[in-house]
Design a protein around this ligand. Structure first.
Ligand SMILES: C[S@@+](CC[C@H](N)C(=O)[O-])C[C@H]1O[C@@H](n2cnc3c(N)ncnc32)[C@H](O)[C@@H]1O
Ligand code: SF4
Length: 411
């Protein structure tokens, strides 16, 4: 055995070569010669890995996403079928089992490492599948999160989208919008804590589900956020907890955002709400109507001003490809101009989300009616680059401009 990093040890095992164990407080990563890498949460659940150029990520609902590059070097992401999922999970567990056996030939193996391996081996395919069902007894599906929040702890004080009528969005069509009572929310948090167990410490922040939790009337919202503060350490440590979440985050649609005053946003800031994500989608007023978003691009600018004046950061989401060929230039020009009117600064993010047509049935119908052709993947890439280019001065102000790929999301 050789210690090769603060929490990393290396063993040479005949069958596998150099095997590295990275034992973090809330996760374990095993790497065979850096070619096969697989990782687990602190409870031992398989979370994903890299297998010779193909990467897998397992969601808490036990779906498994596979990512690789196609011949044009575009990233492909697919959910694998059950047979492949069983095969991947069983293969990983067999590897861990063999590695554990091989470790019995070494003299000084850390007890903590052996305990981690025991925990991992408890999670066979059936147990992970059962865990996925349990997840759905606590959560409505977590349909999407902003990419910087993939590692958040989602809590659902509200379910669904209060609008649910944007022509390109089908994230929440499987559920009615509703707001939980304080008692129901406490019960939800209790179950969430039980579900995550020790692995909760791997989560970095709290994300309020679902689509626009900040539309919850202020009095109830404050009540619900105060419950979160009672139950978790947010931004500062708390007795009996060995982790701290860095803040609270949420989506908001433009319509809902109109309704809160600056004083109400300041109240949220004081309760550690750190960033609010708003789907602008386009700065072009005509295209905006076809998307059937509530509000308008100008109202979005006003809302961002209010939120920023309250001292809260924003994440602005833009829909690349929206409007197809007929709107190609107008979408770029008006979106860039609209975003440049916003007082964005350090800590704000502009996300560019390439339009996924499978999820946008109503939108496709409308584009057919107006005779606008969809962009191919090369045109889409070009449009993304042009929007990024138009916004590049924001980078010097500390604003991040990055991709938001809804097909890559798994919770
Ligand atoms: C939960 S939604 C937005 C949050 C908030 N409800 C709003 O409308 O501002 C997250 C983002 O996903 C993106 N999205 C939704 N449907 C999409 C699709 N079919 N293709 C690509 N992105 C999509 C949109 O950019 C949207 O702003
Ligand atoms: S984009 Fe936002 S407001 Fe529109 S339907 Fe989707 S979640 Fe609701």
């Amino acid at each position: 055995m050789e210690k090769v990093g603060e929490n990393v040890v290396k063993f040479f095992i005949q069958e596998f070569g150099n095997v590295y164990f990275n034992i973090q407080k809330y996760s374990t990563t095993i790497s065979e010669e850096h070619r096969f890498i697989y990782y687990f949460d602190a409870e031992g659940r398989f979370m994903g890995g890299f297998f010779d150029g193909v990467s897998y990520r397992r969601g808490l609902d036990n779906r498994l996403m596979k990512k690789f590059f196609d011949s044009d070097k575009f990233k492909v992401k697919v959910f694998v079928d059950k047979d492949e999922k069983v095969k991947v999970i069983e293969d990983v567990l067999q590897r861990v089992e063999k590695i554990k056996k091989a470790l019995s030939n070494f003299e000084s193996v850390d007890e903590d490492l052996l305990l981690r391996l025991d925990d991992i081996l408890k999670w066979n395919y059936e147990n992970l599948e059962r865990d996925g069902f349990k997840f759905f007894s606590i959560y409505k599906p977590v349909s999407i999160l902003p990419p910087d929040q993939y590692l958040s702890l989602v809590l659902q004080p509200a379910e669904g989208c209060s609008w649910n009528k944007c022509t390109f969005c089908s994230f929440y069509q499987d559920r009615k919008f509703r707001i939980k009572s304080p008692d129901e929310f406490r019960e939800h948090i209790k179950k969430v804590k039980e579900f995550f167990g020790r692995a909760i410490g791997l989560r970095k922040s709290i994300f309020l589900g679902d689509a626009n939790a900040l539309i919850i009337p202020q009095k109830r919202l404050i009540e619900l956020i105060k419950i979160i503060h009672e139950e978790f350490p947010i931004s500062q440590s708390k007795d009996d907890f060995d982790y701290v979440f860095d803040g609270i985050y949420s989506f908001l649609d433009i319509f809902g955002a109109e309704r809160k005053s600056i004083a109400e946003y300041i109240e949220l800031k004081n309760l550690q709400v750190k960033r609010i994500y708003i789907g602008l989608e386009t700065g072009d007023p005509e295209l905006f109507k076809y998307l059937n978003k509530p509000g308008s691009p100008d109202e979005c600018v006003e809302v961002v001003e209010t939120i920023k004046n309250a001292g809260i950061n924003v994440g602005i989401i833009v829909l690349a490809g929206a409007g197809g060929k007929s709107f190609y230039e107008k979408h770029i020009k008006n979106t860039v101009e609209t975003i440049l009117k916003m007082p964005l600064s350090d800590g704000d993010i502009v996300y560019i989300s390439p339009l996924v047509l499978d999820e946008a049935k109503e939108y496709v119908k409308i584009m057919d009616e107006i005779g606008s052709q969809i962009l191919n993947k090369f045109e889409l890439r070009e449009q993304i680059n042009e929007i990024k280019n138009g916004l590049k001065n924001l980078i010097t102000r500390g604003v991040k401009i990055t991709l938001y790929d809804i097909q890559e999301f798994i919770y």
